[in-house]
Structure formats: structure tokens, C-alpha cells
Write a protein that binds this ligand. Structure first.
Ligand code: S3P
Length: 170
């Protein structure tokens, strides 16, 4: 039975970039659940959050995740998805999950440069608030992320090394 490979991790950890590279190397399709939501609702994630709230967004996110069942595809997931409902368990039962682990400092360096239209929960924070928020949330989210089949040090793992690790899981 074909199964998806889920890349999970905090906002800014490079899930989408790595998912595209992996999809390219393995000649598999690539899906970004956030992009699928944007296409479906016809507005940015920030607009959706503002108009409908986070709860509705999380429900859509879950639906997008579950649409990947039984597909041989590389999935870049939203940073919060493993931490809502039973999504983490669902991913582990229906595919292979890979956590792209990164430190608060590295995430902060990347997120302080990023555009806010995809990340409503980071809007309006000073640099110090952003750092503290990432740190706090990472502590809260890591128990979910660490349930992944594979935990990789993203900065020091090549796509080729990841493919070898994935082949052992198949
Ligand atoms: C979120 C992460 C975002 C997006 C939304 C909420 C989160 O995805 O799903 O803004 O709660 O961490 P990325 O991790 O792709 O930025």
C-alpha cells in the first residue's frame, strides 16, 4: 500500500524546501497542506484566521492531512498540525513522519526574516517577544514532534542521508 511521507516541525524549519527537494529526488508528487487550504478557501492563512478563527483552520488542516492517505507523496505539514486532534498518531499510522529538529535560535533567525501572510500567530511581535514565543511553543510542541518515526538534525542532514534513513522505514 503506498503511503505518504510527512515532514513535520516548527514554522520556519524548512519543511517545504526540503519536501520539494525530496519529491524531486524520489520523483514523487509534493503537497503543502497550507497551500491546499489557501487554494480551497481562496484567501491567505492570515485572512482565514482573522475571518474564521484558528479552530476552523485546524479542522481544515486535519482534512487536508487525511486526504493524503494511501498516496505515495511528500507532504509538507503546517507547524501546528501534529499538535491538534490525533493528527500525530494518524500520520504515524498512515505514513512515515520526519521531524526536522531545529533550535530556538536558528528558528528565530529564520522567522524574524519571514513574511507574515502565512503565519498569523507570529504577527505583531517584537524581536524579544518572538524569541520567547518560539521558545515557549517549542517546549509545548516537541513532545508531539518527537513522536515522529525519524528525528533529523535538519541543518546537518543532507537529502541523500535522509533518503537512506527513509528507505530503512519502508
Ligand atoms: C502554523 C504554521 C504555519 C501555518 C499556520 C499555523 C503553526 O505553517 O499552518 O500559520 O501553528 O505553527 P508553517 O509551519 O508551514 O509555517
Amino acid at each position: 500500500m503506498p503511503k505518504p511521507i510527512f515532514l513535520i516541525g516548527y514554522m520556519g524549519s524548512g519543511k517545504t524546501t526540503l519536501a520539494k527537494k525530496l519529491a524531486n529526488k524520489l520523483a514523487l508528487p509534493f503537497i503543502d497542506t497550507d497551500d491546499e487550504i489557501v487554494k480551497e478557501v481562496g484567501m491567505s492563512i492570515t485572512e482565514y484566521f482573522q475571518q474564521h478563527g484558528e479552530e476552523k483552520f485546524r479542522a481544515l488542516e486535519r482534512l487536508q492531512l487525511q486526504k493524503t492517505a494511501n498516496q505515495e507523496v511528500i507532504v509538507s505539514t503546517g507547524g501546528g498540525s501534529p499538535c491538534f486532534f490525533d493528527n500525530m498518531q494518524w500520520m504515524n499510522e498512515n505514513g512515515i513522519s520526519v521531524y526536522l529538529q531545529m533550535s530556538t535560535k536558528s528558528l528565530f533567525d529564520r522567522l524574524s526574516q519571514s513574511k507574515p501572510n502565512k503565519r498569523p500567530i507570529l504577527i505583531g511581535k517584537t524581536e524579544q517577544e518572538l524569541f520567547d514565543f518560539i521558545d515557549e511553543k517549542l517546549i509545548e510542541r516537541e513532545p508531539f514532534y518527537r513522536q515522529a518515526h525519524l528525528v533529523i538534525d535538519h541543518m546537518n542532514t543532507s537529502v541523500e542521508e535522509l533518503i537512506v534513513l527513509l528507505q530503512k522505514q519502508l
